[in-house]
Design a binder for this molecule. Structure first.
Ligand SMILES: *Cc1c(COP(=O)(O)O)cnc(C)c1O
Length: 451
């Protein structure tokens, strides 16, 4: 670091990065000096609807610096010596209405800890959505279990709970519904199925901080619920995660497993099981406690803006915002998702629509690709470990079952905005809608152009 690097420089540079799942931060277009405002499409050389960047992420305020420095100066950087990670756990559990929260190094390790607590392993099948971040599937494969994909409900972008029961076999042990984008999966239907078939449920709430199902916080409804505090998420400590549960024995297993299989913290060499080190640092704990002071207010702003935008986008033919299930009483809006129908845009392909939006100063992403078709999946199933566990016939049959035609179509039509775009003034929403209407009006011209 330069010696004259001031705190202000630090804040200025650190916030310029839009991290995580979605497209990285882009340069925002500058208005050409002479072009009349709002005339031609920016992608064809006209002036963009917006030249101002959307709010940056993370938000960094003085309390964050204070929290961070407190840990630094005590020299107690590991949670076994300090109290910040623990304090975050009790605060987060209370806020969500869960009995127990265990902080972890990441959302992935929260899921992995959960899978181990439920004893998911070789020979088991775990039901997952194909439309999710790869971690949901990775942790199933790491346990040498089979991820069984259940197709997506294209209206909501969530796992189609009505199709879960048909995917259950004698080997099924667990369902991992993902509350994708911060909206809620149909938990009533999923819990009904899990009770009938005696299956475990791990809620992947990594995108759903403060989201609710019938006024209860998601992550507290299944056996275990998992969060991520990775840099792009709505609550952020760079990396980080948590497991939530109301079950004392599951909590104790998770606690032990994530701490090298020790019986209790500071129990020396009291190993009671095989485990790993997935502990959160004190720095993460302190930062989360500070970021937490803003989470509720930020969530409200996102919701107000998102609901306002939905009203406008519903009026645009060919733009279909993701529907929420009736039971979803609060959406965290980690992602704002909608279906794009090119038929209403003179056949303009989605990739060109995204490019045109970006040029108007509205960055958007095409979202996930179908996970059930990823080459890495085939590779994992062909590995030595899987071949030792499953017969070739079993692996072949498994592959045939993993078709998700609705999801395939959705992956071609989806468009996402990230949560940070919803943290500014309402006029930002007007400009998003304006940019889309502008592209729609001139879509024919854009289709005929080379852009
Ligand atoms: C981010 C995310 C994870 C993984 O969290 P990390 O903290 O990045 O390990 C898992 N599932 C979903 C749905 C996510 O969005």
């Amino acid at each position: 670091m330069k010696s004259n690097f001031t705190r202000r420089d630090f804040l200025g540079s650190a916030v310029g990065v839009a991290a995580g799942l979605v497209a990285p931060g882009r340069a925002f277009p500058k208005a050409p000096a002479k072009a009349p405002a709002g005339a031609g499409l920016a992608v064809l050389g006209g002036s963009p609807v917006r030249t101002k960047p959307f709010p940056s992420w993370p938000v960094i305020e003085q309390n964050d610096e204070k929290g961070w420095m407190q840990v630094l100066m005590t020299g107690k950087w590991n949670r076994l010596d300090g109290h910040f990670a623990h304090q975050f756990e009790t605060t987060w559990a209370r806020l969500l209405g869960a009995k127990y929260a265990l902080a972890t190094a990441s959302g992935t390790t929260a899921l992995l800890t959960s899978a181990n607590a439920l004893g998911i392993g070789p020979g088991d099948e775990v039901i997952v959505p194909p439309y999710t971040f790869v971690a949901t599937v990775n942790i199933v494969l790491l346990q040498h279990a089979l991820p069984v994909f259940v197709d997506t409900d294209p209206e909501t972008f969530q796992i189609d709970a009505r199709k879960v029961e048909a995917a259950i076999t004698k080997r099924t042990r667990c369902i991992i519904p993902v509350h994708l984008g911060g909206s809620a999966a149909d938990i009533d239907t999923i819990l009904g199925v899990s009770k009938r078939h005696k299956l475990f449920v791990i809620e992947d709430a990594c995108q759903a901080h403060l989201a609710e199902w019938r006024h209860k916080k998601v992550s507290t409804l299944g056996d275990l619920g998992c969060f991520s505090f990775q840099a792009s998420k709505n609550l952020n400590s760079g990396e980080g995660g948590a497991v939530l549960t109301n079950d004392q024995s599951l909590y104790e297993y998770c606690l032990s497993f994530h701490n090298q299989g020790r019986g209790r913290y500071n129990s020396g060499f009291g190993y009671v099981r095989n485990g790993a080190n997935f502990r959160m640092t004190e720095f993460q704990g302190a930062l989360l406690l500070q970021q937490l002071t803003r989470l509720e207010a930020q969530s409200r702003v996102r919701t107000e803006n998102a609901e306002y935008l939905t009203k406008q986008l519903k009026e645009i033919p060919g733009i279909l915002p993701a529907r929420m299930y009736d039971g979803c009483t609060r959406n965290a809006y980690h992602l704002y998702m909608f279906n794009y129908d090119s038929a209403h845009f003179a056949g303009l392909p989605r990739s060109k629509f995204l490019k045109a939006l970006d040029a108007e100063g509205v960055p958007a992403s095409g979202g996930y690709t179908p996970l059930n078709k990823e080459p890495f999946l085939k590779e994992a199933l062909g590995s030595r470990a899987f071949k030792a566990i499953y017969t070739q016939k079993e692996l072949d049959e498994y592959e045939e079952r993993n078709q998700c035609p609705e999801n395939d179509k959705l992956c071609e039509r989806a468009v996402w905005f990230t949560q940070t775009m919803f943290l500014g003034p309402r006029s930002d929403m007007d400009q998003i809608a304006e940019a889309i209407r502008k592209i729609q009006k001139q879509a024919g011209e854009l289709v005929r152009s080379q852009a």
